[in-house]
Ligand binder design. Sequence first.
Ligand code: HEM
Length: 464
Amino acid sequence: MTPDIWPAPTAEDLSSLPLESLLTREYETNPAHVHERLRAAYGPVAPIELHGVPVWFAFGYDEVRYIMQNPDELWSKHVGNWRAFAEGRIPADWPLIPLLSADNSGFHDGDRHRRLRGAWIAGLLEFQEPGGEHTQKLERAIMRHCDDLIGVMTEGMPTGWADLAAQYGRPLPLLVANHLLGVTIEAGEEMVMDQWRLLDGPDAAGAYQRLNAALLELATLKRHQPGHDLPSAMFAADPALTPEEVARELFMLSGFLDFTGSLICNVLLEAVGNPDLRTSVSSGQIEELVNRVALLNPALANLTFRYARASVKLGRFTIAAGDPVMLSISGAHADPLFASALNRNTVRSTRAHLAWGAGPHRCPSQRLATQMCTIAVRRLLDRFSVLTPATPLNQLPWRPSPFIRALRSLHVRFEVNPNAVPVSRPGPATAAQEPPPEETNAGEWRPSSRSGFWTFLRKLRRGQ
Ligand code: HEM
C-alpha cells in the first residue's frame, strides 16, 4: 500500500483550523471511540490540540509507518525543527516541553542519534541474547522479583484482594532496572522510589533532581569501574561517550520501564478478564498473548512528535514545514485498512504491528521487554488458581496521558495455588533486599541509605 504522501507546494495553517482537544475524559476512557470519530471527520490525519498547542495527529496505519521509516529524509525528532517553538510561540511552561527538548537519543537525528543508539544496542545485547549467560541470569532475577512481589501481596494468606497494577505490574520492571544499571538492590530501591515519584508524585521535581544526580554518579563510577551492566557496556561500545551523555540516556529508562509495567498490566487485564484466554495462556501461549495485547491495547499509545522538514501532503492535508506530527500507534492499529485483516477471536496474532516502532528509532529492547512481560504474567498465573477482576472491565481507571495507555489500578480477588511454590528465597523483608553472592556484579555501586520500598508496598496491601 502506498500512502497518500508527497511533497506539496502550499500548506495548511494548522493554528487556523478547528482543533479537537485530544486530552479529554472520553479519550481517557474510550480512545477507540475518539479515533473512530476523528477518522470519519478527517481521514487518517487530524488537526488536534494538546494542552492548548496545535499538533497534527497521524493515526492511519500507512501514514504512521511511513513517517516512522523515514525520519531523516522528511521528518526530524529534534525540537529545534518545530517552527512554533523556534519562533517562541510555545509557552515556556507548556507541560510537554521538558520531555520534547530532552538532550538524548530519543530526540536527535542523524549521526548524533546513530551514535547513541549504537551504544544502546551494544549495551542491551548481553541481556537479550537468547540463551546467553546474562540473559538467563536476568530471567532468574525477574522470576525472583515476581515471587517477592507476590509474597508481599498475599502475606501468606490463601485468598484476598490485590491491586495488580500498583503491587505487581508497575514495580516489577523498576526492580529489574537494578540489574540493568548494575546497582545493589539497596541502592536501586532508592532510585525505584524516585522513578515512581517522578511519574506519580509526590515530590516529582525533587525525584527528578535526585535521579539525575544518582545516574550521573553511577555513570561516572561505571566509566572507571565497569561491571556486567548497561552503562558499562555502553562505555565499552563507544569509549568517547561522556558520563553526562550516558546518564542522560539512562534517565530514559524510567519511561521505558513504565511502558513495560503498563504492558504487563494490560496483558494481565486481558488474562484475568477473559477466562477462555486464561485457558489457552496456561498452555504456554503467553508470549503470543503479549504480542496480541501490544497490538490491541499498546502501552505506548502515541509517540513524541516528528517535525516536517518540508511541506508535505499527509492524508487529506498538506503539512507545513516545521509543523509537529504526533504518531498514534493505537490509532494506526485501529485503522480499518489494518484492523480488518486481524482475527480478534484467535490467540495467534500478526507481528506486522507498530507497537515497537519501526525504522531508525525502532525500540532496541523489544525482546527484553517482551521477556519481562511474559515472565511476569506466567508467574502470576502459576501462583494463583483464581484471579477475578474486582471492578467491571468497562469502569477501570486509566491514567490520563497523551502518550501511554496505562491502568491506574487493577483490583482483583485472588486465591493462591497451593501447589505452586516460590522459586526465590522467602520473605522480601529479609533476604530479598540483598542479592545472593552469585548475582553480584563487579563494580557495584553501594550507597549507605536504605529505602522504604518494601514498606511502601506493604502499606498498599494493608490499605485495602
Ligand atoms: C513495553 C515496553 C516498551 C515499548 C512498548 C516500547 C516501545 C518503543 C517504541 C514504539 C519506540 C520508538 C519511539 C519512536 O519512534 O518515537 C521505542 C524506542 C526506544 N525504546 Fe522501547 N519500548 C519498551 C520498552 C523499552 C525498554 C525496557 C527499553 C530499555 C531497556 C527501551 C529502550 C528504547 C530506546 C533506547 C528507544 C529509542 C530508540 C531510538 O530513538 O533509536 N524500550 N520503544
